[in-house]
Design a protein around this ligand. Structure first.
Ligand SMILES: C[S@@+](CC[C@H](N)C(=O)[O-])C[C@H]1O[C@@H](n2cnc3c(N)ncnc32)[C@H](O)[C@@H]1O
Length: 217
């Protein structure tokens, strides 16, 4: 049973942000994974993943979006969760990181019934991409938020997306109407899919808050 929200909200900052205390509480089910997306983004991820047989999430942290994906995906599908669980990658505060055992337990606890199958990859997405060979229906890019890191994820992974497949970028709508985000992912999405010469073969199919979904034409 998670602690009531009123108690969690009143915990001092050093408790709320301690890597070890958070991991212990997450592992024990006293707190949910820290929410890293809006309700509208969660709905978008759920919609995009519902029919997918294979999903890759790049950047898992405490598992809040993995829980959304687990709840939406088919039970016979596979969800690949990729995160080295080290510091860095431009999206988190210095010192902020998750502990894989706690994230794993929180995501597994959230699953009702048998599926989807969870495949954990405790490594950098760029390393994994170099040995990857499977077709993927949905890739959620939410790992290294530097422009170079996000662009590398796009370049290394987009070739694995199937004919009907989708890529969702998080934190990629800074400065756009009704949008929020970070400079790195926003620059990557703007340069690839907006403007006078968008990348042939892809188009933006949905966007909300900080999320942008692109699909093959
Ligand atoms: C913003 S958090 C992810 C949030 C998560 N998707 C959610 O909604 O709860 C970013 C995560 O990306 C991870 N990360 C950073 N660089 C990465 C990379 N190159 N490959 C995979 N994960 C990476 C970090 O360790 C961190 O846990």
């Amino acid at each position: 049973m998670p602690l009531p929200e009123a108690i969690r909200a009143n915990a001092p900052g050093f408790v709320r942000n301690s890597v070890r205390l958070r991991a212990a509480a997450l592992w024990g089910g006293l707190i949910p994974p820290r929410a890293m997306h809006s309700d509208a983004e969660a709905a978008l991820l759920a919609e995009m993943s519902r029919a997918s047989r294979s999903v890759v999430e790049i950047g898992v942290y405490e598992g809040s979006s993995a829980v959304v994906l687990c709840g939406a995906m088919r039970k016979d599908a596979a969800l690949h969760l990729v995160d080295p669980f080290t510091e860095g990658g431009s999206a988190l505060r210095p010192g902020q990181r998750a502990v894989p055992a706690a994230t794993r337990r929180a995501v597994e606890r959230s699953r009702t019934g048998a599926g989807p199958e969870l495949c954990w990859h405790l490594e950098f997405s760029q390393e994994l991409a170099r040995s990857w060979s499977e077709v993927v229906d949905l890739i959620f890019i939410d790992g290294d938020h530097s422009e170079a890191g996000c662009r590398e994820d796009w370049e290394l992974w987009n070739g694995f997306v199937g004919e009907e497949g989708t890529v969702v970028f998080h934190d990629a709508r800074s400065g756009h109407e009704g949008g929020v985000g970070l400079p790195g992912p926003t620059a990557v999405v703007d340069s690839l899919f907006r403007g006078s010469e968008p990348l042939p073969g892809w188009r933006i199919v949905a966007e909300c808050d900080s999320a942008v979904a692109v699909a093959r034409r």
